[in-house]
Design a protein around this ligand. Sequence first.
Ligand SMILES: NC(=O)c1ccc[n+]([C@@H]2O[C@H](COP(=O)([O-])OP(=O)(O)OC[C@H]3O[C@@H](n4cnc5c(N)ncnc54)[C@H](O)[C@@H]3O)[C@@H](O)[C@H]2O)c1
Length: 359
Amino acid sequence: MDETKSPFRKRVAVIPGDGVGKEVIPQAVQVLKAAAAKGRRELAVTEFDWGADRYLRDGTTLPADAPEIFRRDYDAILLGALGDPRVPGNQHGADILMGLRFKLDLYANVRPCVLFDPRLTPLRDRAEKDIRFVVLRENTEGLYVGMGGQFKKGTVDEIAVQEDVNTRKGVERIVRYAFEYARKRGLARVCMSDKSNALAFGHDLWQRVFAEVRRDYPEIEARHLYIDNLMVQMVRDPSQFQVIVTCNMFGDIASDLGAGLIGGLGLAPSGNIHPGQVSMFEPVHGSAPDIAGKNLANPMGAALAASMMCAYLGWNAEAQAIEDAVRAAIREGKTTRDLGGSLGTREVGAWLADRVASA
Ligand SMILES: NC(=O)c1ccc[n+]([C@@H]2O[C@H](COP(=O)([O-])OP(=O)(O)OC[C@H]3O[C@@H](n4cnc5c(N)ncnc54)[C@H](O)[C@@H]3O)[C@@H](O)[C@H]2O)c1
């Protein structure tokens, strides 16, 4: 057997990135190592120093051979965040983050929104069971492909065109991913959201593909909501939703709203997935320059991203152990300030790792 495919030995590439990414990722790695040790798994972690410091030092963003190396030599990637006030255009961030998403064809951005404790939601009278859904965001197309241009830039006659790319293959595979995600987990409902009433070409394609694919999953309730209505419904009654699937930009926004419903960005994880291939896991939040370097950032989103990574690698007990530790930390008030606690990033990370090791 090819030892690289062993369920017991996994190789993980770690890119802490910028700002709070450099604080939360070491904590997530510590928690991940504790989980791997407990399960007697062999974990090889290799760190990559890509980010603003490196870019400003020698111009490196994403080396040309990085996608090939990741595909060949790694099982998964754990990423922090990219963005630094010293790089106003965020060129390095676009190259590294979008580069990896696009070049590794990580087409499913999986963003679970799970309420760990009713005290964390700004909504009134909600129990844990009321907020437990996932936003599946198309991750390789849409408005984020960077197609378009500017004409007469900087003049009063300026024109800016940003193109929205939707391919039949791209839409079909994310819609199918949503139904498969529901089927595998025994979930009853998938909601597709678009703006087909206004975007008569691109989102008409979403409508037709959704109508076609849903026929293969008769046991799953398939619903459609326009994105504006989805925003209202997520706030009014999030218990309606189990799986939400939508395009790149709407998924970006819907998942941040979802994060707001469960306790904020510090607690939200995500996976950038291409089934069967090397995939990338990261907290939803950015580099948070306002709190960076102060030991204030919540490492739970990053730890939960590591948990998602474990599940993806087939380490289900380890994934569960990390999630359980986060839930316990919240219950016991072992949290950073954003969740009402008084601990720092490092202290929460150490608490989670201890809990995983001793559970
Ligand atoms: N995936 C990514 O790498 C990613 C995602 C979003 C933004 N960014 C970049 O990050 C930079 C800052 O962007 P932004 O301010 O819009 O978004 P942000 O997510 O960095 O911060 C938004 C707010 O949430 C808070 N926050 C974020 N993470 C937190 C954590 N772990 N614990 C506690 N509070 C946390 C911040 O303090 C801030 O008030 C920009 O350069 C942006 O381009 C990167």
